[in-house]
Design a protein around this ligand. Structure first.
Ligand code: SF4
Length: 145
C-alpha cells in the first residue's frame, strides 16, 4: 500500500481551495449523480416530505438519478450573490460527487488531467496543500446508498 502511495504522481500533495467560481456547478450539460440516500437527505434538508425530490430538482437517467439544471447549465441548487460569488443552496447535504471535487480519479490520472481540470477551476493549485492520504480518502469516498 505504502509503495503504491509513494509512486503516485501527487505523492507530495496537491493544493486546492474553493474560490466560489461556481464553475464546477455550471457550464455544459452534465450529471450530478445522487443516490437514494442522498436524495432523502436533500429532501429532509429542504423540508420536503416523503424522502424524495420533485421533478424540478431531480431527473431519472437510465437506472440512476441526477439533479436537474437550468437552461443555462447552472445546477438547480447553484446560487450567485450580486458580486458573482457562487454558493450551494444545499451545501450541508450536497452530493458526494460535489463534495469530492476536484479529487476525482479522472482528474488524478496524471498531471495533465489535473492541469486540464485547473483550467476550468480557479481553486485548483491554490490554497493549502492536501496530503496524499487526504486526497485518496476523498477520492475513494463512497456515496451513501
Ligand atoms: S448540488 Fe451544490 S455543489 Fe453540487 S453541483 Fe449543485 S450547486 Fe454545485
Amino acid at each position: 500500500m505504502a509503495k503504491e502511495h509513494n509512486s503516485k504522481w501527487y505523492a507530495a500533495g496537491l493544493a486546492f481551495q474553493c474560490q466560489q467560481s461556481g464553475n464546477c456547478c455550471s457550464g455544459e450539460p452534465g450529471h450530478v449523480w445522487v443516490t437514494k440516500k442522498e436524495i432523502a437527505n436533500i429532501a429532509e434538508y429542504l423540508g420536503i416530505e416523503g424522502e424524495w425530490l420533485p421533478k424540478k430538482y431531480l431527473r431519472r437517467v437510465g437506472f440512476r438519478y441526477s439533479l436537474t439544471e437550468h437552461a443555462d447549465g447552472d445546477c438547480v441548487f447553484l446560487e450567485r450573490s450580486k458580486d458573482g460569488c457562487a454558493s450551494c443552496r444545499i451545501h450541508k447535504v450536497k452530493p458526494t460527487q460535489c463534495r469530492t471535487w476536484p479529487f476525482w480519479s479522472s482528474n488524478l490520472k496524471s498531471p495533465e488531467h489535473w492541469n486540464e481540470a485547473a483550467q476550468g477551476c480557479p481553486g485548483i493549485n491554490r490554497g493549502p496543500t492536501h496530503t496524499l492520504v487526504q486526497i485518496d480518502e476523498i477520492r475513494l469516498m463512497k456515496a451513501p446508498s
